[in-house]
Unconditional design. Structure first.
Lengths: 83, 89
């Protein structure tokens, strides 16, 4: 189906944009937010590939756990990346 | 009345197009607060498109994933908000 293929391409392009933003930001808190957006879209892509159990695992790890752990790490260290 | 699955896919493609603007706000947002709001909007859009796709694939299990996602995406936003407020420092 052509519409489904278009949806796949759009979601994949959005994943690449989110990952590029996560690498590009110097402010590490913004970088964590972009990483959370990218992992959210990866879960949507798993969902489109009809793997809902993998999408649940990605949701639990990517949205909740990774963001919390990275923010605890930023709290203990510096927030801005050094040149 | 039975709605064709094609209609649901078109709606989901529109949602994916709206996600682009939310990502734009995450990229451009001057402060971290703007980016948090952009991420929360993106969460809501993805949950909505998951429910629409669950209707398109005609499977009930897919809606459960959207419910779990709606519960868990809240935690990430909560953590960032508490960090910004200064409670975690």
């Amino acid at each position: 189906m052509i519409v489904q293929s278009i949806l796949h391409v759009v979601v994949l392009v959005l994943i690449v944009i989110g990952a590029a933003l996560a690498v590009w930001f110097k402010d590490l808190l913004s970088s964590v937010l972009a990483l959370a957006a990218a992992s959210l879209l990866v879960a949507l892509e798993f969902y489109l590939l009809q793997a809902p159990d993998v999408a649940i695992a990605e949701a639990g790890i990517g949205a909740a756990l990774t963001t919390a752990i990275y923010i605890i790490a930023i709290r203990r260290t510096a927030r801005k990346e050094e040149e | 009345m039975i709605i064709e699955p094609m209609v649901f896919f078109i709606v989901a493609a529109c949602f994916a197009f709206f996600v682009l603007f939310s990502l734009l706000r995450i990229g451009l947002g001057p402060t971290v607060g703007d980016r948090v709001v952009g991420l929360d909007t993106l969460n809501t859009l993805v949950v909505a498109s998951m429910i629409v796709l669950g209707a398109a694939f005609d499977q009930v299990v897919f809606v459960d994933v959207a419910i779990i996602y709606a519960l868990l995406s809240f935690v990430g936003t909560l953590y960032v908000a508490r960090y910004l407020e200064g409670e975690l420092q």
